[in-house]
Design a protein around this ligand. Sequence first.
Ligand code: ADP
Ligand code: 5GP
Length: 175
Amino acid sequence: MSGPGGVGKGTIVNALVERDPKLWLSRSWTTRGQRPGESDTAYVFTDRDAFESRIEAGGFLEWTNFLGNYYGTPTPDPVDGRDVVLEIEVDGASQVKAVHPEAVLIFVLPPSREEQQRRLRGRGDPEDKVDQRLQKALDEEPVGLAIANHVVVNDDLERTVQEMMEIIAAYRPKG
Ligand code: ADP
Ligand code: 5GP
């Protein structure tokens, strides 16, 4: 799953994994600092040296530099038939698609730019981060729309989660 900052990706994936035990949510590494109020388990919060060592050891399925920080998906362990969920930006999603063409890319859009801004502010992002993320969204969206298998507008959260569950169900073997 990809989408611009503040669109609601984290909220949606948390709801999905809570409802569907067959989903396995990958925990990314990042060099960004933890936000006030953010869960300790949202990421593996790490420093640049440790991140670069892991890159050299080939320990990431994909990684990128996003607004000055590293973000990466540790190469997932085989997970007993569960479906791996990644919540990552579009450069990483392109890398995953190159290695795993069977990956299903869902791109999430906000109902409007104003609502995206409200959500970023509501989450407590400082004003400079809000501006950076809105600006970054303008670059990311055309790429995201081009590579996505599905595009979902996150207007009403419950409706969005239902739509995502239907998309996932459609890719699973029947019966
Ligand atoms: P992202 O992971 O895409 O950056 P978050 O999941 O952190 O976004 O969501 C940003 C803010 O928007 C959070 O405060 C979250 O509670 C809120 N939010 C998420 N989805 C919705 C929605 N459908 N309607 C209103 N607020 C939402
Ligand atoms: P945030 O700082 O808002 O948590 O995340 C910034 C961006 O990085 C978001 O678009 C988020 O989806 C993305 N991201 C989070 N983890 C990873 C990852 O492991 N790899 C990549 N490529 N992007 C990630």
